[in-house]
Design a protein around this ligand. Sequence first.
Ligand SMILES: [Zn+2]
Ligand SMILES: [Zn+2]
Length: 342
Amino acid sequence: MKKTAFFLFVLCCIFHVLPTHAQENDIVKRSDLWRNPDKYLPTQAVRMFGLINQAMNEFTPTIGESTERKLALYLFDAMLHETKYDDSEALFQFADARMEHLMEILKQPAKKGLYIYKVYNDGFIARTKSVTIAFDIVRGKSKGRDIVNEKYIRQIVDQCDVLFLSHNHGDHVDKLTVDLFCQAGKPVIAPKNILKNNDKITHLSGDQRIDEKIKLKNGQKLQVAIFPGHQDKLVNNLYVVTTPEKKVVAQIGDQSNNEDMQWIAKLNQEITRPDALIVNCWTSPLKELVDGFNPKLVVSGHENEMGHTINHRESFWLSFQDMKLIGRDYVIMGWGEGFRCK
Ligand SMILES: [Zn+2]
Ligand SMILES: [Zn+2]
């Protein structure tokens, strides 16, 4: 045992306390818990989050549902809907572990096809061989502390060529992410009401469809169609992005507006069929909206947004329930996971 570890061990024995930065593989003495009932749940949380992380790495995302995936993600829900863990060290260790995993899988070069990675909340990365596209990447907060540490945001910015922002809400827009993209000379596309005074942002929104060619720093070009969606009355861009390989990915932020459904229901007549549509899991009517895009695959987003109270934090078990009803291929991912579309 190293000196510091031994010292900590002695301290713990003296004061009958468990280390606050408990690690998943630490040996827990039953008798320590007997003396410290308040330590039981935080200690258990370390094991639970550790197991969720392990299961997510072992049983990677698949189309539809599998018992292993459901077990892992339902446990994820259970831990993240118990507010006593909102400022627990175990939660932030888990978030770091998920981001470490994401950094690992992002290092693997995309070969043929379209890859979708979930960062946090509705933050996603879409990647083909030639381009890497970020949507709504934020750090997120729980009890005032960052969920996605800034060091991972910096690595994500390094990996990505462009950032698309859907609408002006804090769980989709993070000034730090925007500034880092701008500093790197990489395009940021956003509705006109987001960070209005930042002239490095390409502000694009209106009442009509907008078609734009976005030139990337790496010399590649994206073809983007932007549709004028809303979350209630707030402008919410719907992005349909075509990569140089002709892969099509759509992301719709927090789209939620009944009037917009009139044109969304017919969108498939004017867009190329998306290879993947990223939806906010709580949108309504979900099936009609998805049918409007007619995507090959639906990717569910916005589960476990820690800035929301638990009634609207959203959960994977509800996503499994609702996605099953849309009658299409779907994939449900947790933080720091990736999936290769067919
Ligand atoms: Zn949101
Ligand atoms: Zn919103």
